[in-house]
Every structure is written in structure tokens, then in C-alpha cells.
Design a binder for this molecule. Structure first.
Ligand code: ASP
Ligand code: MG
Length: 473
């Protein structure tokens, strides 16, 4: 019997890949939930798939489309079943709950096996069936997390995104929630938390169309699920759990002096997630911003630590530069030529890129109107090049550079502070790092520039020390 104490606050907690990588990790997640539940927190959990599962679902589907080998399905299902069974056994202490969960896990695997066989026979994968297949990662993880919480004596229920009220459009692979979703979430989830004193465990990443087809919100979409649920249930805070103490000033693998940032504004956090810091799904903050709900990034190994708070108004004095990030796996397309009507060429360029699903990371055009440089994801580079080559104009030149990386410097305090760009580029010059392309939007929250891949890590290190980010401000 768990003792209830006075209501403290309502929190949506999201656990991602590594935090739910195996049975021990899921057991730890359940103990974290219990820790806060016993202190009077009302909690909804959002879970993503176990680490690597989404990738392996994509991988197996692709291989099935190419090879049509049904033996692959058997092997894959066997290893997935083993992994999820093992997680159940480690995470769920109570025998009855374990049995019940294993049955559910087996049913899901049967269902998955059928779909995969279908893919093998048909040799094709629509974006709709791909979303359905990808949903299994979360739909397998949620019952295990929920079972682990139940076995600690807290009532819990696993719920799919659709059943939680996340109804989306039919844009499979990148679906967007429809208007009115928050109301649906409120009526479905809030009573479970408030009246039944349950901890619902909601599948991250997935939603459902109005006609009941499963959709996904885009890779890393569990964060977005968490903030949607948070906005729906009027959470006091949304906690995104990681294995580090919060959002860092830079990638600690590159800069060993990198440290945790105490507070970020929504805008700064958005700039960071657009810029490859992989902290957040790019749209994840929208629902939190709309409802002004603080988002915290916390460490599963330091649950009572403050983590990083992402809020509307920063309490502390603004630091000019908050973080330096590196985006690799990108490439650059240059288009230009004398004597072309550049405005209409640009219009055509961006339309073609958009129509062909080439996402744009960064753009720069000089005032001479002779040339425009566009950074895209490396995997889109060849396609981007091809579609732009198709523009019918004899004077137009298109070329690409592959070995590049983008460095982004983020901080709201840069707005209106002179000298930041000067400091950045003179540091590059002193260190003999060649700058290939530059861009700063007039919001001035972000200066980004392109260097060659071989200079990228050095550039990050140089800037981290130039702005003294290792010092606690
Ligand atoms: N499992 C999904 C992915 O790997 C969603 C997430 O992790 O947030 O993209
Ligand atoms: Mg994942």
C-alpha cells in the first residue's frame, strides 16, 4: 500500500530510448515514478521505444522490401520477443502482472509478424504501413513500463497515443495533431490521474487519424507527445528524462569542460534543437509555450537535481552565448550564375526542394544576387542536387560540397550585443579555421557558419573557451 501525501504538482514525465534500454533501466524508471508519486506528485508517463528498436524496425522493413525473405521475419520476431521478454522479467517483480504483460507482448509480436510478412510478400512499404510498423516500438515498451510501475504497488495503465487523445492529420511519418486534441487528452487522461490516482503510461511518438490509422509524429517524437499531454492535462511541469544532468553548453564528447545550462528560454531551446543538439523534437516546445508550462531536462541518475529549466522568462542574468553546437551529416548546395533572374530562380529552387522533401538547414545569399548557398541533410544532398539541376536555365550553375559541418552559437543575449560575431570569426582566424559560409537571422539568437568537416570539432572547442562557457555564470 502506497501512502498518499498532499498534492504537490502535476507532472508529465517522458522517458526515452536509453532510459528504457532494458529491464533494469525500466525497473529504475518505475522506482523514479514511485519516488515522486509517494511525495504527492500526480504523474503521467510518456515512454518511447526501447533503445534502438525504432531503428531496427526501419531497418528490417527496408530489408524485407528489397529481399522479400520471409525467414528474415522469423529471425527478427524471435530476437525482438527475446529482448522484450527479458525486459519484462527484469522489470516486473509481481508474478501475475508479469504473466499478464507477457501475454500482451506476445500478442503484439503476432500482430507485428503478420504485417512484416505482408511487407515481404508485397515488396512495398507505404508511409502508412511504415508508421504502423514503427508504432510497435512504443506499443511494446509501454506495457512493460506500466507493468513495472504496477508491480511497485501503483495503479497504472498503458495507453496508445490515439487512445490518449492524440488525433492527427494523415501526414504519415510527420503527422500533426488536429485542433481540439488538448481537450480530448484532458477528458481521457486527467481523470485517471486526478480521480483514480493512476499513473497512465502513454506511448510516445504515435497518434491516430480520425479513421483510426496509426501515425507517427516524426523521429524523436516522444518529446512532442509529452508536451501535448502536458498541455492537455494542464501540467505544472513537463520533465524530459535523460542520462545527463540537463542541456549542456556543448557536446561533452567534443568539449570535456562542457557543463549544464541551468535555465534556457523557450526560444533558445528551440534554436538549439533545430541546430542539431538533439535535445528536443523541433516542434516539442510548441504546446508548452502555448500553455506556459516549464519543461525540465532531468537526469535519471540524479532525480532530485534541478536539471535544465526551459521557461518563458529567464530568472538569472542573461548570458550572451549559451551553447555551441555542431551539426554534422550535412552538405552544401551552391547555386548561382551571372545573368539569371535570381529572384525567380530562388523561388523555383525552394519550391523544388520543398516538393521533393529536401529539408533546409541553413541558407545564405550575398547581396550581389549571383549566388545562394543552401545547407541540407547529407542524405538529401544528392537528391537536392538532382532536382536543382533540372531547372531549365543555361546560365545556372549548381554544385555541392559534401565534407562540411555547421557550427551554431546560440543565446538570446546576443541580440543587440555588439562584438559577438567579431569575437567568433577572429577566433576562427587566429586558429586558421576557414569559414565557408555564414548566416545570422535578424532575431540574433543564433549565429551559424559552415566549416570543413576536419575543422569542425576544433572550432567548437575554440569557441567554448573563447566565450568561457566552462565557467558557471
Ligand atoms: N522511438 C521514436 C524514435 O526513435 C520516438 C522517440 O524516440 O522519441 O524516433
Ligand atoms: Mg527512440
Amino acid at each position: 500500500m502506497v501512502l498518499r501525501v498532499a498534492f504537490k504538482m502535476r507532472v508529465v514525465m517522458k522517458f526515452g530510448g536509453t532510459s528504457v534500454k532494458d529491464g533494469d533501466a525500466i525497473g529504475h524508471v518505475a522506482s523514479l515514478v514511485k519516488h515522486f508519486y509517494e511525495r504527492g506528485y500526480e504523474i503521467a508517463v510518456v515512454t518511447s521505444a526501447m533503445a534502438g528498436v525504432t531503428d531496427s524496425l526501419i531497418d528490417v522493413s527496408m530489408r524485407l522490401v528489397e529481399s522479400g525473405k520471409t525467414t528474415l521475419v522469423k529471425e527478427f520476431i524471435a530476437s525482438m520477443t527475446e529482448r522484450h521478454h527479458e525486459a519484462c522479467r527484469k522489470a516486473i517483480g509481481d508474478e501475475d502482472i508479469l504473466e499478464r504483460t507477457l501475454v500482451e507482448i506476445d500478442q503484439r509480436h503476432d500482430e507485428l509478424e503478420k504485417v512484416l510478412l505482408g511487407i515481404a510478400y508485397l515488396g512495398e512499404l507505404s508511409s502508412r504501413s511504415k508508421d504502423y510498423i514503427l508504432s510497435f516500438g512504443e506499443r511494446l515498451a509501454a506495457p512493460i513500463v506500466s507493468g513495472a510501475i504496477c508491480s511497485l504497488g501503483i495503479d497504472s495503465l498503458a495507453i496508445t497515443g490515439g487512445n490518449a487523445g492524440i488525433i492527427t492529420d494523415e501526414n504519415f511519418g510527420r503527422a500533426r495533431p488536429l485542433i481540439g486534441v488538448e481537450e480530448k487528452i484532458r477528458t481521457r487522461i486527467q481523470p485517471l490521474m486526478q480521480i483514480k490516482k493512476m499513473v497512465p503510461v502513454i506511448c510516445g511518438f504515435i497518434g491516430e487519424t480520425e479513421s483510426g490509422a496509426i501515425t507517427t509524429l516524426g523521429r524523436g517524437g516522444s518529446d512532442y507527445t509529452a508536451t501535448l499531454i502536458g498541455a492537455g492535462v494542464d501540467a505544472d511541469e513537463i520533465w524530459l528524462w535523460k542520462e545527463v544532468d540537463g542541456i549542456m553548453t556543448s557536446d561533452p564528447k567534443i568539449v570535456k569542460e562542457a557543463r549544464v545550462i541551468r535555465e534556457l528560454s523557450y526560444r533558445e531551446a528551440m534554436e538549439l534543437s533545430y541546430f542539431g543538439a538533439k535535445i528536443l523534437h523541433p516542434r516539442a516546445l510548441e504546446p508548452a509555450i502555448r500553455k506556459n508550462i516549464p519543461v525540465r531536462v532531468k537526469n535519471t541518475f540524479n532525480p532530485d537535481g534541478e536539471g535544465t529549466r526551459i521557461v518563458r522568462e529567464i530568472r538569472a542574468k542573461e548570458d550572451v552565448v549559451k551553447a555551441i553546437t555542431l551539426i554534422d551529416k550535412v552538405g552544401l548546395i551552391n547555386i548561382g550564375g551571372a545573368g539569371v533572374d535570381f529572384a525567380s530562380i530562388l523561388a523555383e529552387t525552394f519550391k523544388l526542394l520543398a516538393d521533393n522533401g529536401v529539408g533546409i538547414v541553413m541558407v545564405s545569399q550575398g547581396s550581389s544576387e549571383l549566388n545562394c548557398s543552401i545547407v541540407v541533410a547529407r542524405e538529401d544532398l544528392a537528391r537536392g542536387y538532382r532536382v536543382l539541376k533540372s531547372i531549365n536555365n543555361d546560365y545556372l550553375e549548381v554544385n555541392t560540397i559534401e565534407d562540411i559541418a555547421v557550427i551554431a552559437i546560440v543565446g538570446a543575449g546576443m541580440a543587440g550585443t555588439p562584438g559577438v560575431a567579431g569575437k567568433v570569426f577572429s577566433a576562427m582566424g587566429r586558429n586558421k579555421i576557414n569559414v565557408i559560409m555564414i548566416s545570422q537571422g535578424c532575431s540574433e539568437y543564433n549565429i551559424s557558419f559552415v566549416v570543413s568537416t576536419r575543422d569542425a570539432e576544433k572550432a567548437v572547442k575554440v569557441l567554448h573557451s573563447e566565450f568561457e562557457l566552462e565557467k558557471i555564470q
